[in-house]
Design a protein around this ligand. Structure first.
Ligand SMILES: C[S@@+](CC[C@H](N)C(=O)[O-])C[C@H]1O[C@@H](n2cnc3c(N)ncnc32)[C@H](O)[C@@H]1O
Length: 329
């Protein structure tokens, strides 16, 4: 099997299908934020009976790791370009992960970035839910303040038990130090290693957020697509926890179609997508839907984006009206 390349959270099955990524199903180990990929590769080499999944938001890191995996011909490791929070909500089923490894998550020193910290209550609860019974959460950081926050959160998580006698250890025998760990040592910082194990305490298991049916809105308008685009102004909407920005519109007068560029931000996922307005058979009838260009997934926020664009078009002329909505969320 040729290993799939440039996997993205938007292009893989929701929930994750091991068959899509690996030659055979096996216990799953996940590294979040694998950076230069060396630790990810070491996991693959030292756990040949497991499948290793890497989650990383930097596409440069993705390229580096993929080149190293290919050069070594390792079949049991696959990186996915994904925000960890998106993968936890849309890809990883409850009780499906044998171990998580998180090495030096971005500390986000600035106060306004604290809400984007990886280690926070909601994410720790999701990590706990996604662990198999007995599974382990390994965390390393060289930032003292981050270690103290992590200790406070992890030690107060009923579903997890500290495997160490101390809040953290400052060294682990036989560990492959990561690039950032070595940088920390060179700059005089010490490491803080955590290992927590999933215990038998019942915890909440938020279900995977699956993809919805494709959104459609049918409308009737006396305006052509070009006239609609002439009236376009960028707009922002906030609905049901989603922020929708309709940024630009382009018309193809020959085909009487228009394309709207949207950014849809939901708590678990951010998508940049194109919505298409195209004529239907009835006179002056149009359909608004997700364009086939790109890999947008049909989330509740994407349904709201189709509604926002369709209703805006229908509001442009007194004779226009929405005929039918196939929308959810
Ligand atoms: C400080 S670097 C550490 C890299 C590597 N683990 C090491 O120890 O050398 C943090 C890494 O996590 C990635 N990252 C940060 N936030 C992330 C998130 N929410 N989901 C996935 N990756 C993330 C960054 O792109 C970066 O590669």
């Amino acid at each position: 099997m040729t290993p799939p390349r440039k996997l993205n959270v938007l292009t893989v099955d929701w929930p994750l299908s091991q068959e899509q990524l690996f030659p055979r199903p096996a216990p799953l180990i996940v590294e979040i934020g694998f950076g230069n990929g060396d630790f990810l590769l070491r996991l693959a080499q030292t756990h040949p009976d497991c499948n290793i999944l890497g989650l990383e938001i930097s596409s440069q890191s993705m390229d580096k790791a993929e080149a190293k995996i290919e050069a070594r011909g390792l079949p049991n490791v696959r990186p996915i370009h994904a925000r960890a929070e998106t993968a936890l909500a849309h890809l990883l089923e409850p009780q499906s992960v044998q171990a998580f490894h998180i090495n030096n998550p971005d500390p986000w020193f600035k106060k306004r970035h604290h809400r984007r910290r990886l280690i926070q209550r909601h994410t720790v609860d999701l990590l706990t839910s996604r662990l198999c019974p007995g599974g382990a959460l390994h965390l390393a950081t060289d930032v003292r303040d981050y270690a103290e926050t992590a200790h406070a959160l992890l030690s107060q998580t009923p579903g997890l038990t500290n495997r160490f006698d101390a809040p953290w250890l400052d060294q682990i025998a036989g560990r492959l130090p990561t690039k950032y760990e070595l940088k920390g040592y060179r700059e005089g910082r010490s490491a803080h290693f955590f290992c927590y194990q999933r215990n038998a305490t019942p915890v909440a298991h938020p279900a995977i957020i699956k993809e919805l049916d494709m959104p459609h809105l049918f409308l009737q308008s006396p305006l052509s697509a070009a006239e609609i685009v002439d009236r376009f102004k960028a707009t922002r909407h906030h609905a049901g926890g989603a922020h929708i920005a309709v940024l630009r519109a382009y018309a193809d007068p020959k085909r009487d179609t228009a394309v709207f560029e949207v950014v849809v931000e939901e708590p678990t996922i951010e998508q940049h997508a194109l919505l298409l307005l195209s004529p239907r058979t009835g006179a002056g009838e149009y359909m608004v839907r997700l364009s086939a260009v790109g890999h947008a997934r049909s989330t509740a926020g994407m349904h709201r984006a189709v509604a926002a664009v369709g209703e805006w078009v229908a509001g442009l002329d007194a004779r226009a009206r929405v005929l039918e909505r196939k929308l959810r969320g």
